[in-house]
Design a binder for this molecule. Structure first.
Ligand SMILES: [Zn+2]
Length: 468
């Protein structure tokens, strides 16, 4: 019995020891970032040999001539090499920042000094927090500048996609920074203010605030921000405009404006999308897509996009993002006042004793990385499902609307997807695991196979929607 007691006592002692032993957060964050980096490199190494295949898969063989296929393989190989090197470079940078144990505390102290020079004291914590984020963003942008320049002016340039000049590149960057200050600083200030003001009840208040902000962005982004980078002009009258307007009318899609965007100013990659509030939607089509595809094919791309609208995909994704945000905010209090967390990242004792919310939140986000990786893959899986659903929607319009103008939608969409793929020199052979991790869309081969299988099956919810 004595032996047992002494064993239990020893075990309790050890457990107590475990309980008070601070978790080495910084080591954990660092180790996990290496796990992710290694995994991503492994995925690239799985994908890499596929760029040496001599011919496209059977389904695509008739659509790709050898020259285009070879070009896309070369482009893919170049991108893969770039990603591998860029990924490792960024990882080394992160490691130096983290392992040195001085970077984050340094940024906090520098922002305090700037504040002090301007004649303000540490009581202006929100201002210091904004400066802190600015210092961090600025100092981490500089070392990655060469990567961005290489990607645009060497990689994209060599394969014929880059349409940017150096001047435009830096002008975009300056605009990005200006926008970050104009929109980001007040946003962050409000975020921190609500945090201070609401105390323990910050979750619903912050959720409400962020939701209003997101809704405001739906209006502000296309009207104020996007025009700073691209020119949106009304799509001229003609076959394409008539087709899209009639498609929108048939589906009761509340189309307010139909734009063409000069995507070709920066890149010849092409696309189409819609946005707006539930009662007033805008459709934007890239000039490159219009140039590359026939009007009836662009119409099929739009039919796919309207499928997303029909099934409330953007709303569902917004809901998921709100749940995600709620989870993040709801767990945060456990890390809000955790001096050991700050201590393990090298912050001085006075900061650890009373952690500024911005630092606690930043470190907390780093701790969350594993969860975020899983969430990212789950979101990709959901998004792929949505893509299939939207493709199916387009295919079944003829039967659903009993409208022969909608015939061959699947074939037209297929042709448009192939053109997009060929023009963008997108990768033809894709490793499944690589794709599951990185891609929100199914591969071209998968989509073409699915499009064939969709022919003629009814979409059961269409009638219900029309009544609404
Ligand atoms: Zn889609």
């Amino acid at each position: 019995m004595d032996f047992l007691h002494s064993q239990v006592a020893a075990l309790q002692g050890r457990l107590a020891f475990v309980a008070v032993e601070p978790i080495p957060w910084q080591t954990y964050v660092l180790a996990f970032s290496w796990v992710i980096c290694t995994f991503e490199s492994y995925l690239l190494l799985r994908q890499y040999p596929l760029y040496s295949k001599p011919a496209p898969p059977q389904v695509l063989a008739q659509h790709f001539d050898q020259e285009v296929f070879d070009k896309s393989q070369k482009y893919g190989k170049h991108k893969a090499k770039y990603s591998l090197v860029a990924g490792l470079y960024k990882q080394v940078l992160d490691t130096v920042q983290l392992a040195s144990g001085v970077y984050y505390p340094w940024a906090w102290s520098v922002s305090g000094q700037i504040l002090g020079k301007a004649g303000y004291g540490a009581e202006y914590q929100i201002t210091q927090s904004i400066l802190f984020v600015f210092v961090l963003t600025f100092t981490s942008t500089i070392p990655t500048l060469p990567l961005g320049l290489y990607q645009t002016f060497v990689l994209e340039e060599q394969h014929g996609f880059n349409k940017m000049t150096l001047g435009l590149y830096f002008a975009d960057m300056a605009k990005g920074w200006a926008l970050g200050i104009v929109f980001g600083a007040p946003l962050l200030a409000t975020f921190l203010y609500i945090f201070e003001w609401a105390g323990d009840r910050f979750v619903p208040w912050l959720m409400a605030f962020l939701f209003i902000f997101q809704m405001a962005m739906v209006v502000i982004y296309p009207t104020i921000i996007q025009p700073l980078f691209n020119k949106l002009s009304p799509l001229p009258a003609g076959d394409l405009r008539t087709r899209i307007e009639s498609l929108a009318t048939k589906l009761s899609f509340p189309l307010k404006h139909l734009y063409e965007i000069d995507g070709s100013k920066r890149s010849s990659h092409s696309n189409a999308y819609f946005f707006g509030l539930p009662w007033s939607k805008h459709i934007v089509i890239f000039d490159t897509l219009i140039k590359q595809s026939k009007p009836e094919e662009v119409e099929a791309v739009l039919a796919h996009e309207l499928g997303h609208w029909f099934y409330y995909h953007p709303t569902k994704l917004l809901l998921v993002s709100q749940i995600h945000l709620f989870t993040i905010l709801a767990i945060f209090p456990a890390f809000r006042n955790a001096p050991p967390l700050l201590r393990s990242f090298g912050f001085p004792e006075d900061v650890c004793a009373n952690p500024p919310p911005i630092i606690a939140f930043l470190l907390y986000q780093m701790v969350l990385t594993p969860m975020e990786a899983v969430v990212g893959m789950a979101l990709n899986a959901v998004s792929r499902r949505f893509e299939y659903q939207a493709d199916r929607f387009a295919c079944e319009l003829q039967t659903q609307l009993k409208d022969d103008d909608m015939r061959d939608m699947g074939k037209r969409l297929g042709r448009a997807l192939i053109t997009l793929h060929v023009e963008n020199l997108s990768t033809v052979w894709v490793d499944w695991l690589y794709s599951a991790y990185h891609h929100s869309h199914p591969t071209l081969t998968e989509r073409l196979k699915a499009l064939e299988s969709f022919g003629g099956e009814p979409v059961d919810k269409l009638e219900t929607k029309k009544e609404l």
